[in-house]
Write a protein that binds this ligand. Structure first.
Ligand SMILES: Cc1ncc(COP(=O)(O)O)c(C=O)c1O
Length: 432
């Protein structure tokens, strides 16, 4: 009663307690998204119970199971307690940027000046959030007078689609099938589409197919980004997990363009239009550290820093120190690769000649063509407790309802070699 007498509160009339309620309005773009792949998997398997004598094997999630390097725990333990009390800086720390820069130069043979150590690198709290936010950075209201397009490989990492749609762009899918070498055919993109493209995501090595883009391919993608004025977001988070040869990276391609000379019109462009995303989740089996980086075009990094000063949660200083230690060390990564190769050998022994098996050039997933991915997933879970993901959950259907991922399953080779061998033998036995 006293409140009603307050003139500040009687100016507007608010609904009274017990009166009609109105639900909060939400971002309608959310409704247009597919359910996340793991949500769809849970729904698919809700009524399937593995036989009682099976031990469930989770080959559905790409979470490395190797023990993270001791270096990680040592660096965390060495951090001053007071550092946990500090807010993480958006631009990270100088030692973090120097360690990433050192790794980029080592890994891709870059001259020190090619990626600006202070203005060309930002920490990411895992690449997932950064890959999401880049769509907010890159999408204008209109591009070429129309709704902007964000180009996404199909199949794709689900975050790209959510990011594009929530940024107000139209996600446009680029088929990446066996016929196109499991990478999008860049020559098939029409000038009309490219003109309204704000952002192109590419993933190399690709998830789920393990395909690697060669240098010529990456050069073409960068050249298109520059010709049509869009951001090229290269997701390279599997770049360190490779079978026979290290996958080339976006910076190597940008450097090659630079060295090709003025005749190509690319000299002096440096890292223009390019952002590279990488992470310690796969390289160092440290998904829980939530630590990655974004690197590239200093103008984009500057604008991204501005956006991220509003949006970033950030890595605590001890986590940045641990990340710096990990980027500075290659020995543990070599050991990781050795273990992944053993797993792929085991998978090859069990599955060669079936389901279109091939050794992935990079990453640790098998992309197996089993006829009907959903039916195979249910069968494997019910009969053997082996959990995989149907390919259709990575792949957007065409307007005619066809879905290039439907015949596939994705199998994550992240457990120890013996478990992987057993799981792959089980897949062959159950699916026949
Ligand atoms: C293709 C791809 N990109 C990015 C990520 C994100 O990884 P993180 O946020 O752990 O760096 C993943 C994780 O599985 C992925 O598969």
């Amino acid at each position: 009663m006293e409140l009603a007498a307050d003139p500040r509160l009687s100016v507007t009339t608010h609904p009274v307690v017990g009166g009609p309620t109105v639900g909060p309005s939400l971002n309608a773009r959310l409704g247009g998204l597919s359910d996340y792949p793991f949500t769809r998997l849970a729904a698919l398997l809700v009524d399937v119970t593995p036989r009682s004598n099976t031990t469930p094997l989770m080959l559905s999630i790409g979470e490395p199971q190797h023990e993270p390097p001791a270096l990680l725990a040592q660096a965390l333990a060495a951090a001053p307690l007071a550092d946990w009390g500090k807010y993480p800086p958006t631009i990270g720390t100088a030692p973090f940027r120097a360690a990433v820069h050192g790794w980029l130069c080592r890994r891709y043979g870059l001259p020190a000046s090619f990626v600006d150590v202070d203005k060309g690198i930002l920490p990411a709290t895992g690449t997932r959030e950064a890959l999401f936010q880049v769509a907010l950075l890159a999408t204008p209201q209109r591009k070429d007078g129309r709704q902007p397009a964000v180009l996404i490989p199909n199949p794709f990492y689900a975050v790209y689609e959510g990011a594009a749609a929530l940024a107000g762009a139209e996600p446009v899918f680029m088929p990446a099938t066996r016929e196109t070498g499991f990478l999008p055919d860049l020559d098939a993109l029409s000038p009309d589409l490219l003109a309204r493209t704000a952002l192109m995501y590419l993933c190399t090595p690709s998830n789920p197919q393990g395909a690697v883009a060669d240098l010529a391919y990456l050069k073409k993608a960068i050249t298109l980004a520059r010709a049509y004025g869009f951001v090229l977001a290269l997701d390279e988070c599997y770049a360190e997990i490779w079978d026979k040869a290290p996958p080339p990276g976006g910076f190597e391609a940008a450097l090659a363009l630079e060295n090709d000379g003025a005749g190509q019109g690319q000299a002096g462009q440096g890292t223009a239009n390019l952002l590279v995303f990488n992470s310690l989740s796969k390289r160092s089996s440290a998904a829980g550290l939530r630590s990655g980086f974004i690197a590239g075009d200093p103008a984009l990094i500057q604008a991204f820093t501005r956006l991220r000063s509003y949006a970033l949660a950030g890595n605590a200083l001890p986590a940045l120190a641990a990340a710096a230690a990990l980027w500075g060390d290659d020995a543990h990564v070599e050991e990781n690769r050795r273990l992944y190769r053993q797993k792929i050998d085991a998978a090859e022994a069990a599955l060669k000649g079936r389901y279109g098996f091939y050794r992935p050039a990079g990453g640790f997933f098998l992309w197996l063509e089993v006829g009907d991915g959903e039916a195979a997933t249910r069968k494997l879970w019910g009969e053997a407790g082996v959990r995989v993901l149907p390919g259709a959950y990575f792949t957007r259907s065409e307007p005619d309802g066809s879905n290039a991922g439907r015949p596939f399953i994705r199998v994550a080779l992240v457990h120890d070699t013996e478990t992987v061998a057993r799981a792959c033998e089980t897949i062959a036995r159950v699916l026949g």
